[in-house]
Design a protein around this ligand. Structure first.
Ligand code: AMP
Ligand code: GLY
Length: 427
């Protein structure tokens, strides 16, 4: 079977690495991919939202499965685009329908969905542009910190947490009235601040049944000790020690099952991954957000812990036979350290040569923001998050040591990484 993966980050390199191990996969393409995916498989210069071109390419290359890495093509309806066209409806698109992708594409949809199905989440209200005054008054009835969320996709920047009412009012105005994210902030969700520890829980579903994948913890802040601005993610670990049997049973009973049953009850087609961004509040899980794809850099520590071939599992989604699949996991710990460009998440240089990529022997090096230089074929930086280094070991401390040893062997100007991934769990 020929497979096409959409995306170009560390998550997509990890998906390619995992999928390519399946004896069922013949040719593997990544659109647009990065230097790492281009070294082993075939990169295709097509954007993830160019459905016309993706369709043409898929027909020309006998693609049987398309795995959407990022949320954007899903929110834009790639699932429906393929399933409603008889020329390409034989191609399995891994991901939800456009309606299902609203779980991530609209915070307001996600919140009302959770309300309809009694799924624990922070109390909230949403406000449209013509309700700015009411939103301001509502804020005044709340205590800090204030959590404001743009309704739509905002490249991971749509959530603001403010410690003073003045700041919150300014942000509200900026989002709702000044349209900081255009259409995406025409509506704003204001919600209660949840105090606790975050965890990323992943399942795969055919819309009726679901299977749990390994959980992970993501380190979002740029600075050590979880300080400074948010990034796409500076590292991840899996498993997460506090996600014991008790906690995960609550997650399954209160969150996952009602979510999948809710999708089914609302006739929403969903054949893909669900990423539950959860807050553990004194042992009780609350949904912070849904994502309709795998996380990045969580994927880099989640997929290396899956022992089973993923292709039969992914194929079973279309057939509705997920319940007969077994997903075997590795009991070892995976630890991922992300190497970023100096200046990230602000402005950063690009095109800096990367050396030593072949040196790490005890880790897997996944590429994220890398490119191949045209004139000499050398590998250079091309994004904020450059590489993700993952290691597996019997303990988290050992897995981290391996990843840090490997991170030291790779060189590029301004190489930056957090030295304290897992710090909160190890202490
Ligand atoms: P997101 O961009 O949706 O991933 O949200 C960014 C971050 O904001 C989350 O990872 C949380 O750390 C934080 N956050 C979002 N909603 C809440 C909330 N209700 N209470 C506390 N923290 C939150
Ligand atoms: N690591 C968080 C995300 O992928 O959204």
């Amino acid at each position: 079977m020929n497979v096409l993966i959409l995306g170009s980050g560390g998550r997509e390199h990890t998906l390619a690495w995992k999928i390519s191990q399946s004896p069922e996969v013949q040719k593997l393409y990544i659109a647009p991919g990065n230097a790492g995916t281009g070294l082993k498989w075939t990169n295709v210069a097509i954007g993830v939202n160019d459905f016309e071109k993706i369709k043409r390419f898929a027909l020309q290359h006998d693609i049987r499965m398309i795995i959407a890495g990022p949320e954007e093509p899903l929110v834009n309806g790639i699932y429906d685009y393929f399933s409603s066209d008889s020329a390409v409806s034989h191609i399995a698109v891994i991901g939800p329908s456009k309606a299902g992708a609203q779980l991530e594409g609209s915070k307001d949809f996600a919140k009302t969905f959770m309300q309809r199905h009694n799924i624990p989440t922070a109390a909230y209200r949403s406000f449209g542009r013509d309700e700015a005054d009411a939103a301001g008054l509502f804020l005044r009835t709340k205590k800090p910190p204030y959590v404001l969320k743009a309704d739509g996709l905002a490249a991971g920047k749509g959530v603001v947490i403010c410690n003073t009412i003045e700041e919150a009012e300014k942000e509200l105005k900026d989002l709702l009235l000044n349209g900081r994210f255009g259409k995406a902030s025409e509506k704003v969700v204001i919600e209660e601040f949840l105090q606790g520890t975050e965890i990323s829980v992943f399942v795969i579903t055919d819309g009726k049944n679901w299977k749990l994948l390994p959980e992970a913890k993501d380190y979002k802040r740029i600075g050590e000790g979880d300080t400074g601005p948010n990034t796409g993610g500076m590292g991840s670990v899996s498993p997460v020690p506090f996600a014991g049997e008790d906690f995960m049973k609550k997650v399954a009973d209160r969150i996952i099952t009602p979510t999948i049953n809710g999708l089914k009850a609302e006739n929403i087609t969903y054949r893909g991954f669900v990423f539950f961004g959860l807050m553990n509040v004194n042992g009780d899980p609350y949904v912070i957000e849904y994502n309709v794809r795998l996380g990045d850099p969580e994927t880099e520590s989640v997929l290396p812990r899956i022992k089973s071939d993923l292709i039969p599992v992914l194929k079973s989604l279309e057939e509705g036979t997920l319940s007969s699949q077994v997903i075997e996991t590795d009991s070892r710990t995976a630890a991922t350290v992300v190497l970023v460009s100096a200046g990230y998440p602000g402005d950063y240089p690009k095109g800096l040569e990367i050396t030593g990529l072949e040196k790490p022997e005890e880790s897997i090096v996944f590429h994220a923001g890398t490119a191949t230089r045209d004139n000499d074929g050398s590998i250079v930086t091309s994004g904020g998050r450059v590489l993700a280094v993952t290691s597996l070991a019997g303990t988290m401390a050992e897995a981290l040591e391996k990843s840090y040893r490997s991170a030291e062997k790779i060189e590029y100007l301004g190489k930056t990484y957090r030295k304290d991934i897992g710090f909160d769990i190890l202490k």
